[in-house]
Design a protein around this ligand. Structure first.
Ligand SMILES: NC(=O)c1ccc[n+]([C@@H]2O[C@H](COP(=O)([O-])OP(=O)(O)OC[C@H]3O[C@@H](n4cnc5c(N)ncnc54)[C@H](O)[C@@H]3O)[C@@H](O)[C@H]2O)c1
Length: 261
């Protein structure tokens, strides 16, 4: 019988948009299980703060700045990581939403300007594509690799007022499925994790916000918002040797907001 330890010793991981929120917890969890982690963020100070946390806990990490939606920026970052930590084995595409610190206002799609859609595609779709382009080839050469992309139930079930975001996330899931087809024979898997509403750590909601969240939670089987650790646990499984026969799949981590067959 195999004993699964989720030990990532000797592996190099990159987590994009890992300076806060879900990505921060993914980076800390992978480091805690032995991986050397490149903590990427557009805002380098955030990545540095997470690296300091990882180092304080005895882990190994570096902070790397890049805009994942920009291929040249990702290429530079890839060279930096390879020099500092060695070739990347695990790619976690987490950077998302509307880009760094951008609001995500709900808007009637038919009143939107097409220029407003770009920022969603830039980070949520071109981010994973640029990073896959930069890191997957090395995994194929070494016959082991893992790509995990954080998507959203907005892309599975649809989210009113967030059509461009939904389309970009659905695109990232489609991209991952397509890429998975070429990677299986090389020992590389590609999967996605679909989130629904996450709680914001350190952000106390206003009374109106709290009432809105309570109303929203009525649609969840498990009546709370997601925690970053809910996501990090599934990333750990999909990034480890415990999941060699899982690829091209999506895992909803969503408190039962939607069910999948
Ligand atoms: N928060 C939610 O309710 C929710 C729901 C469903 C899906 N998701 C997805 O989960 C992931 C994590 O969400 P979160 O709420 O923790 O994120 P967040 O917005 O709190 O943090 C994302 C981090 O990514 C960085 N970033 C943004 N654009 C970047 C870019 N172009 N290049 C590099 N770094 C960039 C930001 O600076 C930020 O530090 C995202 O992909 C998001 O779309 C979140």
């Amino acid at each position: 019988m195999t004993k699964f330890t989720f030990d990532l010793t000797g592996k190099v991981a990159i987590v994009t948009g890992a300076g806060q929120g879900v990505g921060r917890e993914i980076a800390r969890t992978l480091a805690d299980h032995g991986a050397k982690v490149a903590v990427n963020d557009f805002v380098i100070e955030r990545a540095r703060a997470v690296v300091a946390e990882i180092e304080a806990a005895g882990g190994k990490a570096i902070a790397v700045q890049a805009d994942v939606g920009d291929a040249a920026s990702v290429g530079k970052m890839a060279a930096e990581i390879e020099k500092a930590l060695g070739p990347v084995d695990i790619l976690v595409n987490n950077a998302g939403n509307a880009g760094p610190d951008a609001d995500m206002p709900r808007i009637d799609f038919w009143t939107s300007d097409s220029a407003e859609w770009d920022r969603y595609f830039h980070v949520n779709l071109f981010g994973p594509m640029n990073c896959a382009r930069a890191f997957i080839g090395g995994m194929v050469d070494r016959k082991w690799g893992r790509m995990v992309t954080i998507v959203s139930d907005a892309g599975r079930a649809g989210e009113q007022g967030h059509e461009a975001y939904s389309a970009a996330k659905a695109g990232a899931a489609g991209f991952s499925r397509a890429l998975a087809r070429s990677l299986g024979r090389h020992g590389v898997t590609a999967n996605t994790i679909s989130l629904s509403t996450m709680g914001r750590e350190g952000h106390e909601p206003t009374p109106e916000g709290a009432a809105l969240i309570k109303e929203m939670m009525k649609r969840y089987v498990i009546r709370r918002q997601g925690k970053p650790s809910d996501v990090a646990a599934v990333v750990l499984l999909l990034a480890s040797d415990a999941s060699p026969w899982i690829t091209g799949q999506n895992y909803p981590v969503n408190g039962g907001f939607t069910f999948a067959l």
